[in-house]
Write a protein that binds this ligand. Structure first.
Ligand SMILES: NC(=O)c1ccc[n+]([C@@H]2O[C@H](COP(=O)([O-])OP(=O)(O)OC[C@H]3O[C@@H](n4cnc5c(N)ncnc54)[C@H](OP(=O)(O)O)[C@@H]3O)[C@@H](O)[C@H]2O)c1
Length: 281
């Protein structure tokens, strides 16, 4: 069985390539990338695939049995058609199984909701594609908070508009562990899984970061308006709005859903004690 993974030059796609080759061997995994040289380091066959080009995927999906589609990064209004390029090419190429990395979050009334809506559209396209399918709805990556720890330290605080909301975070390696199984095991066909670990508050996140990095961070709640203003000043209008929408979603419990990680993998998601224990300096 030959398995292709899109966006393989990115962090998640690369992790999924590695996790999948550990199950089926390098010879059976194809890395598809918009920028192929950025995926060469993976040591598997690399093919070109830009979501804006169905022709790229008509070529890239030749001889592929199962496809992992990593959700795109473009403006949500453009993503649905970009994903359709891949789905239609997969169908035309005779791909039997398609697995999609969707996302959890607030389906309405936040600045993040258009992204959730576009993911739900792609989920429907995949369910109606005629191929067998599996969908994962990813929790929020925890790695960016770890990468951001020095910035938090300078301010001695984590400040955002999540309030007391709990967030089901995850890590890319844990997601990859799940997707490799969703690609290769038949029992997942037709299932939609929420993929995340134990949901935690921002206060708990600060405690874990303090324990791992010897920091003294406190959590400071901001209003949505305050946080949006701050994020837009740092990241610009588009990304600042999205980030504020994500944290508003956390405050509304939109990332505090039951996790199906164990059903997708046969084991529990890594605990936060173990994850942060491994980062201890
Ligand atoms: N759950 C979360 O917390 C969270 C956070 C951020 C994003 N996401 C979603 O998760 C996805 C993967 O995350 P990641 O960590 O792997 O992000 P990443 O490291 O930034 O990688 C993004 C990947 O998307 C590829 N890409 C962008 N536009 C493309 C296009 N038109 N056609 C084909 N490939 C394209 C990039 O290719 P190039 O190398 O050519 O640029 C890159 O491989 C993202 O695309 C986004 O939808 C989730």
């Amino acid at each position: 069985m030959r398995i292709a993974v899109t966006a393989a030059s990115g962090n998640l796609g690369a992790e999924i390539v590695r996790a999948t080759e550990s199950l089926v061997g390098k010879a059976n995994v194809i890395a598809i990338a918009r920028t192929p040289p950025k995926a060469e380091h993976l040591g598997v066959e690399v093919r070109k695939g830009d979501y804006t080009s169905k022709a790229d995927f008509d070529e890239a999906l030749k001889g592929v049995d199962a496809l992992l589609l990593v959700s795109g990064m473009d403006d949500p209004s453009k993503r649905i058609d970009q994903h359709r390029n891949v789905i239609h090419a997969a169908k035309d190429a005779g791909v039997k199984r398609i697995v999609y990395t969707s996302v959890q979050g607030p389906e309405e009334n936040t600045a993040f909701s258009p992204i959730i809506e576009s993911n739900r559209h792609t989920e429907e396209d995949i369910r109606n594609s005629g191929m067998t399918w599996v969908i994962g709805r990813n929790g929020i990556y925890i790695e960016p908070d770890v990468d951001y720890v020095e910035a938090y330290r300078k301010e001695e605080r984590i400040a955002n508009c999540a309030g007391d909301g709990k967030c089901g975070y995850t890590t890319r390696p844990e997601l990859a562990f799940a997707y490799a199984r969703m690609l290769t095991e038949d029992r997942h066909i037709g299932r939609t899984y929420n993929l995340h670990g134990e949901p935690i508050t921002q206060n708990e996140l600060a405690d874990y970061l303090n324990g791992a990095f010897g920091a003294n961070l406190v959590y400071v709640p901001l209003t949505v308006q305050e946080y949006r203003r701050e994020r837009i000043a740092e990241l610009g209008e588009f990304m600042g709005n999205i980030i504020a929408g994500i944290y508003e979603g956390i405050s509304k419990d939109a990332f505090n859903s039951p996790s199906h990680f164990a059903a997708a993998t046969g084991r529990e998601h890594q605990s936060w004690e173990e994850y942060f224990g491994g980062l201890r300096v």
